[in-house]
Design a protein around this ligand. Structure first.
Ligand code: NAD
Length: 257
């Protein structure tokens, strides 16, 4: 399928899932806007590499999505946004009565409020173009909870609710909004946790992955960033025109438990 001529803005896309989704959308022909809160040469190089490799145009735009005006400014600076992928995220783990207020505020701002702000600015652009796709990267934690992740679970449930609302508000237009709900995905972030987890539980790295990290993932395999990206491309395809307001789990059976 070709997304030639479409512009995709992917938030939090200088690593992990965001970069994986951007790469799959670039492969499908979309022009790409990468984003994060840093402004390093290597961030801009990621965009240059995508442009060269896939013959598309790609830009990196710095915006700190903990700030609502910067989130809105990202879409304004992109100028066109046919495909919006709300992906930026952070995590903090602590019991509710010890959860730092600033961590709660940051998680809700970066993962939930920023999706509201970017969507609010992108929808008029999509309406003008007569076509649009909102793809929110939620989580298995958008559908189920785990202890000590109150802010993350609340933000991700909120993202699922926002997705449904956007879908209803755009139902009569050529615009869809869906949430992808990954279980554990193989990203540098998760990779880095393996040696420490193995050490902590006095296990081999293989055992730590299966018994601790993938405890809740029945397949006992990580999802990959390519799989998340491929699903985003599918949601932009003609086959997905009537898929809106729903969640697609990529979690090796986690939410079937
Ligand atoms: P990651 O740390 O590699 O990516 C997070 C991205 O968000 C980075 O590009 C980071 O720079 C960006 N970001 C963080 N704070 C930001 C801010 N203030 N402004 C702009 N950008 C900011 O992690 P990831 O695993 O690729 O996670 C991406 C998304 O996928 C997150 O929303 C996460 O919750 C979700 N997710 C991840 C997994 C997993 O197992 N890795 C599972 C389910 C859902």
């Amino acid at each position: 399928m070709s997304l030639e001529g479409k512009t995709a803005v992917i938030t939090g896309s200088n690593s992990g899932i965001g970069l994986g989704v951007a790469t799959e959308l670039a492969k499908a022909g979309a022009n790409i806007v990468l984003n994060s809160y840093t402004d390093r040469d290597e961030d801009h190089k990621l965009a240059d590499d995508l442009a060269r490799k896939y013959g598309i145009t790609a830009r990196y735009i710095k915006a700190d999505l903990s700030n609502g005006s910067e989130a809105r400014g990202l879409i304004e600076a992109a100028g066109q946004c046919d495909i919006l992928v709300n992906n930026a995220g952070i995590q903090h783990v602590a019991p509710i009565d010890e959860f730092p207020i600033e961590k709660w505020d940051a998680i809700i701002a970066i993962m939930l409020s920023s999706a509201f702000h970017t969507t609010a600015v992108a929808l008029p652009m999509m309406r003008k173009a007569g076509w649009g796709r909102v793809v929110n990267i939620a989580s298995a934690h958008g559908l189920t909870a785990s202890p000590y992740k109150s802010a993350y679970v609340s933000a991700k449930h909120g993202v699922v609710g926002l997705t449904k609302t956007v879908a209803l508000e755009t139902a009569r237009e050529q615009i869809t909004a869906n949430a992808i709900c990954p279980g554990y995905v193989h990203t540098p972030l998760v990779e880095a946790q393996i040696p420490d987890t193995a050490k902590k539980y006095n296990m081999s790295e293989e055992e730590a992955v299966e018994k601790i990290i993938l405890d809740r993932q029945p397949s006992k395999e990580f999802a990959t960033v390519e799989q998340i990206g491929g699903t985003a491309v599918f949601l932009c395809s003609a086959a997905a025109e009537q898929i809106t307001g729903t969640t697609i789990s990529i979690d090796g059976g986690w939410t079937a438990l």
